[in-house]
Design a protein around this ligand. Structure first.
Ligand SMILES: *Cc1c(COP(=O)(O)O)cnc(C)c1O
Length: 380
C-alpha cells in the first residue's frame, strides 16, 4: 500500500467510534452530541468521517459552511446540521433550502432568515448564540432575552437552540468559570420567559474535559472526536490516560540516503551545516503536504522507532532528516510524521509544539495531496 503513495494519512475509523463512545460515557447518556466536522473533519476526510459518525450515533453535525453541509447530506439524510459561523448574506436562502440550522447573533440576521423562510415557505430552526466572553459571534448577554422573544415572534423561525462558546477552557479556569456562570444565568432567564430551546450547549472539547455544566443538554466537541485532548495550561483530570485514541497517523517514505561530511550545508538558505560526518535521509513530505515550514531545523520524525531531527529548511515536497543513529536505512522505508511507530509516538500536541502551532492547525494543514487511507470501518 505504502508503495503507491509518497505521503499519506492512515485513519483508524474504529478509533473514532471509540472516541465518540468515550465522550458519550464521559458526559452522560442524556447529553446529545454535536460532532464538529468542519475543515474536512479536521483533515480526516469529511464524507468518510460523517458516515462513521452516523453509524456511531452522533446526534447533530457542526459545520463551517454550506458545502460541508451538502457533503454530509450526500452521505446520509436526516441528520440535523448546525452552521457554527454566521451565514453570509448571500448564503441565507441556500441555508434555508438545505435545512441547515443557522447561528443567530442579531435581530437583523433573525429577520433575514425569517424573510427567507417566508419566501421558501419553510420554518427555519435557528440556534441563538450569546457572547459570554469569546468575542467572536453572539448577542450581548443583556440583549439575549429580547432577541429570543423576537425570534419566537417572527413567523418563520423556530428557536431550536441556545448556545455559547468557551475561549480558553483548556487554559484559564477563572475565565471559563465566569463564562459558564454567565451562560447559566442566561439559560435561567430564557426559561423564565417560558422558552425551551431543544438544544442548549456550551462545551467544546476543552469544555468537556475541564468544565462542569449543569444547564446544557448537548456538547459540541471537535478535537476529542479525533482522539486529541486540547493541550493547555490546566492540569488534566486524572483517569484520562489512554481513554482517547488519535485516529490519524501521517506517514511518508525515505526517498534517498547519503553521507555528508562536516561543513556541508543542507537545504535552501544553508541554514544547517553538518558539524561532523552524518547520515542524512531525504524523505517524501514537505510543506506542500502541509508539514509546516516552521519545523525547519526544529521538528523531528519517527524512523526505525527513533526520533530523528529535521535538518535545514522544510521544502515543498521533501525534507532532510538526521538518520546517523539508525543502523540500516534505504529508500522506501516508512517514516512517521505524526502518530505511532513501534513504541514511540509523536502526538499532535508534540508536533504542534515543534511547529509553533496548535493540534487543530496541524491537522487542518494536511493538504489534499496526502492520500487518506481508511482502516477499521465499513464507511463508504
Ligand atoms: C470548532 C468549534 C467547536 C469545536 O472545537 P474543539 O475545540 O475542536 O472541540 C465547537 N464550537 C464551535 C462554535 C466551533 O467553532
Amino acid at each position: 500500500m505504502s508503495g503507491t503513495h509518497r505521503c499519506w494519512a492512515e485513519i483508524d475509523l474504529s478509533a473514532l467510534r471509540e472516541n465518540l463512545a468515550w465522550i458519550r460515557h464521559a458526559v452522560g447518556a442524556e447529553q446529545r452530541i454535536i460532532t464538529v466536522v468542519k475543515a474536512d473533519a479536521y483533515g480526516h476526510g469529511l464524507k468518510q468521517i460523517a458516515a462513521l459518525l452516523m453509524q456511531s450515533g452522533t446526534d447533530v453535525f457542526g459545520v463551517a459552511n454550506l458545502t460541508e453541509a451538502r457533503a454530509i447530506r450526500s452521505v446520509g439524510k436526516g441528520w440535523p446540521i448546525l452552521m457554527l459561523g454566521a451565514c453570509l448574506p448571500d448564503e441565507v436562502e441556500a441555508a434555508v433550502r438545505d435545512q441547515v440550522m443557522p447561528t443567530i447573533s442579531s435581530l437583523a440576521e433573525a429577520q433575514s432568515f425569517s424573510a427567507a423562510g417566508a419566501k421558501l415557505r419553510r420554518t427555519v430552526d435557528v440556534h441563538l448564540k450569546v457572547d459570554t466572553g469569546m468575542g467572536r459571534l453572539g448577542a450581548k448577554p443583556k440583549e439575549v432575552a429580547s432577541l429570543a422573544q423576537a425570534i419566537t415572534q417572527l413567523p418563520h423561525l423556530n428557536l431550536r437552540g441556545l448556545y455559547s462558546h468557551f475561549s480558553s477552557a483548556e487554559d484559564d479556569a477563572k475565565y471559563s468559570c465566569l463564562q459558564r456562570e454567565l451562560f447559566v444565568s442566561i439559560v435561567d432567564e430564557i426559561k423564565t420567559l417560558g422558552l425551551k430551546p431543544d438544544f442548549i450547549h456550551l462545551r467544546n472539547s476543552g469544555g468537556v474535559i475541564f468544565e462542569p455544566d449543569t444547564v446544557s443538554n448537548t456538547v459540541r466537541p471537535g478535537l476529542l472526536v479525533y482522539g486529541i485532548i486540547p493541550p493547555g495550561k490546566r492540569r488534566l483530570p486524572s483517569g484520562l490516560q489512554g481513554k482517547l485514541c488519535p485516529a490519524l497517523t501521517w506517514k511518508c517514505q525515505v526517498s534517498y540516503v547519503k553521507t555528508v561530511e562536516a561543513g556541508q550545508r543542507l537545504s535552501y538558505g544553508g541554514t544547517f551545516t553538518a558539524t561532523k560526518r552524518m547520515k542524512v535521509a531525504t524523505i517524501s513530505a514537505g510543506y506542500g503536504d502541509g508539514y509546516l515550514r516552521s519545523g525547519s531545523n526544529h521538528s523531528k520524525v519517527l524512523f526505525d522507532g527513533r526520533l530523528c531531527p529535521v535538518l535545514g529548511r522544510v521544502t515543498m515536497d521533501q525534507m532532510l532528516v538526521d538518520v546517523s543513529r539508525v543502523k540500516s536505512v534505504s529508500a522506501g522505508d516508512e517514516v512517521v510524521l505524526l502518530g505511532k511507530q513501534g513504541k514511540k509516538e509523536i502526538t499532535a500536541a508534540q508536533l504542534a509544539d515543534w511547529l509553533g502551532t496548535i493540534p487543530w492547525e496541524v491537522l487542518t494543514s494536511i493538504t489534499y495531496r496526502v492520500t487518506r487511507l481508511y482502516r477499521g470501518g465499513h464507511a463508504s
